[in-house]
Write a protein that binds this ligand. Sequence first.
Ligand code: SF4
Length: 419
Amino acid sequence: MSERLHEKLEILADAAKYDVSCSSSGSKRKNHNKGLGEATGSGICHTYTEDGRCVSLLKILLTNHCIFDCAYCVTRKSNDIKRAAFTVQEVVDLTMNFYRRNYIEGLFLSSGIFKNANYTMERLVSVAKKLRTENKFNGYIHLKTIPGASDELMHEAGLWADRLSVNIEIPTESGLKLLAPDKNIKDMIEPMTYLKKEIIRTKEESKIFKSAPLFAPAGQSTQMIIGASGESDKDIMHTANKFYKGFNLKRVYYSGYVPISNDNRLPGLGSAVPVLRENRLYQTDWLMRFYGFHVQELLNDQFPNLDPEIDPKLSWALRNMAFFPVDVNTADLQLILRVPGIGVQSAQKIVGARRFNKLGWDHLKKIGIALNRAKYFITCNSPITDRKDYTEAKIRQFILNESRSKFLTNGGQQYNLFG
Ligand code: SF4
């Protein structure tokens, strides 16, 4: 690799690191043309797939030149940084070289805006098209689309990429206006609407015609920057809910704002968003998508922010003790899913197992539920030994004490997701 190309790679990979929306879940692009690679399954760049596979994507910007001046972005035009731009062929060659050396399984490509949206989007599309057609590349491709690009370009992008994303960036319209005055919410909504329609249409077509071309088979996603515009957790998750529902998004990613400037519209330097806030938002996202919670139950005017001390499911349960205790031998799956300490798989196992046996504590332990939490919220076929008529505050304290002592015994390594 030439020195200049190496330098570009350093600059443009570094600039891309602020984007967290690069999961590759749900794509099934087969190696049908004796080409290279096969995007099978799910994954997140530089991390692990749901099935434990480590997936690595080449994650770069095409350029960090940008005509816009979004206050929260290192690439903004007023920022005094080293700039670089790849040619289309350079990105294609890099991807193929890295792929052949087994460094990566796919490409995540985003970009600052050169000249205008269409000019930039055309180049992003060309990279994906060249990889697929000239290089027979069947690995995973995630393209970040450029707000304001034409429907024709969005369509082409969908033909070559596995996943497309349009970043909302800031969760509230007023925040977007303040921090990204060049941007317009309409320029994000329109491509998302178009992608949603095309994804549905091509899925329907493929049921009738086996040879119908794939269109963004891993769907569309978006990212929100958290903590740059003083928004509440309620603002963030209500926006996420609106986008999940309105645009059939596969994922919404929440990325804590990294303070990068002294701009007085932004939180000061040194006030990074705690990782815990991101984690709580992801937990809420899971509760909405897999546990049947409505966003309004978790975050509303009375509770606009998530409790940093306990996870949102436990927090909801403690505020709604009238639902408990739940009898695991008779309750609906939907209600069992609401018990702290019981995950989706365990809830399904409970419903399966109780057909053959009345379940007691031993059965539940074998199924793998976290009894140290669940015991305060359930009854089963064993006598109640530990749960008395505790108040919410007492239960909260017991669970917190137990988590803390577990944390200490595990040398501070444990992070509890939905206990
Ligand atoms: S348009 Fe994108 S790359 Fe350009 S400044 Fe705004 S967020 Fe950064």
